[in-house]
Ligand binder design. Structure first.
Ligand code: ADP
Ligand code: MN
Ligand code: MN
Ligand code: MN
Length: 333
């Protein structure tokens, strides 16, 4: 017999890479091999030299097809087996390896917005719903839109063995969140990309699309972020190490902002539970700061910090790499 392997990869779309996938039918008993695709159709190659290599990095059960079918997260390589210029995973893995002695963990909160046609799911086709206030973690058909998709997605993530930590309805109607982690990187980013793919794939069956746009509706509506919670083994034991990590992030704020996702200036305005992209701040329980130290962490005098700046459309290979380089680089100096 045979099984189906759905190979996922990140394309060359700018400013935010998109997920692509295709299926390989594989004989039972064989592992998913190195494969390839036409990079001239994904902004990753020219037509006269079009082959791009797909190198498997994480294989999980396919909860949509079931049976012994699998989903294969891959990284893209050139035909000489070096990383493709659009491969952001290789540098992420290198940073994680370099500081392996600090055992870095990440938990990423992925916010997103369902759309039906050109409006967020549940929005009137003309005009606006009632202002924000009753939607976050709400219940009832007047405030909740798309729960059936969200539940199916959570079950799919669990069946795929992803480290999904929870879900919640968000502040803007049609907006939701799921969390992946805490686990090390690049695995957290591999899993987040798989979870993003599952979400869009499941929403397909409902004729709904998933937007990772950082500010899907202009005006007095919350944007969508990917708060990135981070710890080292030192931070998990010692509060001073948590404060030192927040301080370290302040030394390299501009580079982080420039790489935390397209349209970040529209989202990090200083309103809607954000700090301005022009400022850097940290504080205990402060959802208006760039970096929040959760109150339990201050109470327990150990734990992790939350970088609230990354956009929903961030590439988690890039954000986790930068946090490791900035924080762990400062420790090791
Ligand atoms: P909030 O919405 O209050 O900001 P969430 O509960 O959505 O917080 O997300 C917090 C995330 O922090 C969890 O999903 C988890 O993955 C992550 N986390 C918990 N402990 C650690 C840790 N020691 N290191 C890194 N991340 C952690
Ligand atoms: Mn959250
Ligand atoms: Mn949230
Ligand atoms: Mn958060």
């Amino acid at each position: 017999m045979v099984y189906k392997a759905e190979y996922l990869w990140l394309d060359g779309t700018t400013p935010s890479a998109r997920l692509r996938s295709k299926t390989k039918v594989i004989a039972d008993g064989e592992l998913p091999p190195v494969w390839g695709f036409d990079g001239s159709s994904t902004q990753q190659a020219s037509g006269d030299n079009s082959d791009v290599v797909l190198n498997p990095v994480l294989t999980v059960p396919d909860p949509i097809r079931g049976g012994n079918n699998v989903i294969v997260m891959t990284e893209t390589l050139l035909t000489d087996m070096t990383p493709h210029p659009t491969n952001t995973r290789a540098a992420c893995a290198a940073a994680s390896n370099k500081f392996a002695s600090l055992d870095t963990w990440f938990g990423i909160e992925q916010e997103y917005t369902f759309f039906q046609g050109s409006s967020p799911l549940g929005w009137p086709s003309n005009g606006y719903p009632a202002p924000q206030g009753d939607y976050y973690c709400g219940v009832g058909a007047d405030v909740i839109f798309g729960r059936d998709i969200v539940e199916e997605h959570m079950d799919a993530c669990i069946a795929a063995g992803l480290h999904i930590a929870g879900i919640n309805a968000e502040v803007m109607p049609g907006q939701w969140e799921f969390q992946i982690g805490p686990i090390n990187t690049p695995q957290v980013a591999d899993e987040l990309w798989i979870a993003r793919w599952l979400l869009s794939r499941i929403a397909e069956d409902f004729d709904v699309t998933v937007s990772l746009d950082a500010k899907p509706v202009q005006g007095d509506w919350n944007g969508a972020g990917a708060h990135t919670n981070f710890s080292t083994n030192q931070m998990r034991e010692n509060y001073e190490a948590c404060v030192a990590a927040a301080e370290a992030l302040g030394t390299n704020a501009a580079e982080h902002i420039a790489n935390y996702g397209a349209g970040i200036e529209q989202r990090l305005t200083g309103k809607h539970e954000t700090a301005s992209y022009k400022d850097f701040s940290y504080g205990v329980s402060d959802r208006g700061a760039s970096i929040r130290i959760p109150w339990q962490v201050a109470r327990d005098q150990k734990g992790y910090i939350e970088d609230r700046r990354p956009n929903a459309n961030v590439d988690p290979y890039v954000s986790t790499r930068l946090i490791i380089e900035t924080v762990c680089g400062a420790i090791k100096k």
